[in-house]
Ligand binder design. Sequence first.
Ligand SMILES: [Zn+2]
Length: 289
Amino acid sequence: MSDWLNPSTLDRVEERRTDPAWVEALWAQPASLVLTVGDAAVAVAPEGGLDPRPTSGRFDPERHFLLGLVGGRAWFAQGGEHGLTSLRSIMDGLAAADLQVAFTGVGLATWHATSAFCPRCGSATRVVSGGQARLCEVCGREQYPRTDPAVIVAILDGDDRLLLGRQPSWAPGRVSVFAGFVEVGESLEQAVHREMAEEVALDLGKVTYLGSQPWPFPRSLMVGFSARALGTAFTAAEGEIETARWFDVPELRSAMASGEIVLPPHTSIARRMIEAWLAGTLTTPSPRT
Ligand SMILES: [Zn+2]
């Protein structure tokens, strides 16, 4: 789970972006780039990879959102609708820095597109801090991009088998580890225990933190854990989990090779958790906790 566990390649310039003149001057620099993004979609070059363009024309703080600096060069995002490509369909091919920019741009632009009005008084808001916030000038409330935490859990049994399941809406053959949103007033660990009780009726021992990553569909923060099930008998929640199954490593490799099952995309934390388990490097709780 390397890239998301290290310092970001994107410098978000939190200290300076509150100065509108500084942000506008950054837009005017010849090296600065703007990436067109939409709902879960980005501008992609014909040969693949992101297709940012040099910034040009007049800076519009309502449309041009500063993502930050990558290697000293400014990246902006702007909303668009036409000629974009699904981010999910290309994200496995993006380099780490481009993935960071694309996830930030899509998440930010989606938030702006749905946050035009003040949640307190209903008045129209305007963009401030180079796109990092919106201000209501009627009541003075500032609002910031929201991130919704979700837990994602690799459940192991006493023999280190991994439980994978599928939701009815997924593409044929797709299986994954289990995930769910954190509810108000709940800790991440409590969410893990609750979700696994709801989805597969399993009690868990100690829950171990693995790492996290953003997931801008539309604005999740996925927080990964491993946990040991206290038993192996599970019941898949009707309507929520279509099937579930314990795998050992050879069984999963064989099911992947035959095409019987399909794993989530490589850029997902779910995939990296499953790959770590396959490689024997997943951090797992001891069997007796
Ligand atoms: Zn207001």
